[in-house]
Design a protein around this ligand. Structure first.
Ligand code: ADE
Length: 244
């Protein structure tokens, strides 16, 4: 840890202006900070904003009477690595639920489906910091995953649970995704591996839930209306998981 935990209660980090107590134990983490604003304004009550450093907006409010926060993470393992580390080590956050979009690489997955990341593979070097004598298997918290799966089943939303790839590379000249697809990996996003590593190292919990926004297999993308519906389903699952 390059930045040590501060001893006083009123504290901020280089990237987060919140004071201790401003942030709930459970935080929803969209990549896009404007998405965090929309989530807070749409789904939470009694919201207060705790961060705007670098426009990485963070809010705390209540959902069904329980305190929940939502904050952007930015894109990629490096960015979510910083924000989730600070939430855990400086603000005492215990449950980190990433909500995002992903591109499918499995042929039978439909646009708009929900993917729950049971595990996250990566092409990033994020786990290098732990000096492990092997390969890290980055996994979701079982209880969060079970709750999300039960919630999606209860609501009747189409969902898949499985392995995903957190890639450092969005634009690529070579179709590496085909190799991951052969290993049963369902879809690609860019952040969950770092999140799962950070929570494993800290002994707290995380889950990544995604809407399939595009197919890397055939280039199809959700239109605006379908994207909104998929997002709404995913948010309902994430919020119920946050408070159950
Ligand atoms: N998030 C949504 N679609 C994606 C894709 N095709 N690659 C990486 N991250 C994504």
């Amino acid at each position: 840890m390059r930045h040590e935990k501060r001893g006083n209660l009123k504290m901020a980090t280089p990237h987060n202006a919140a004071n201790m107590g401003d942030i709930a134990e459970t935080v929803l983490l969209p990549g896009d900070p404007l998405r965090a604003k929309v989530i807070a304004e749409t789904y939470l009550e009694d919201i207060t904003q705790f961060n705007s450093v670098r426009n990485m907006f963070g809010y705390t409010g209540t959902y069904k009477g329980k305190k929940v926060s939502v904050m952007g993470t930015g894109m990629g393992c490096a960015s979510i690595g910083i924000y989730s580390h600070e939430l855990i080590h400086f603000y005492g956050v215990k449950n980190l639920i990433r909500v995002g979009s992903c591109g499918s690489i499995a042929k039978d997955i439909k646009l708009g489906e929900i993917i729950m990341a049971q595990g996250a593979c990566t092409d990033s070097n994020y786990a290098h910091q732990y000096q492990l004598p092997g390969t890290m298997c980055a996994i979701a918290d079982y209880e969060l995953l079970k709750t999300a799966q039960e919630t999606a089943a209860e609501f009747g939303y189409p969902y898949r649970v499985g392995n995903i790839l957190s890639s450092d590379i969005f634009y690529t000249e070579t179709p590496e995704w085909q190799q991951w697809a052969k290993m049963g990996v369902l879809s690609i996003e860019m952040e969950s591996f770092a999140l799962y590593c950070n929570v494993a190292r800290a002994g707290v919990k995380a889950l990544g839930i995604f809407t399939v926004s595009d197919s890397i297999v055939n280039g199809e993308e959700l239109d605006a209306e379908a994207r909104q519906n998929g997002f709404t389903n995913m948010m309902q699952v994430a919020l119920e998981t946050a408070v159950r």
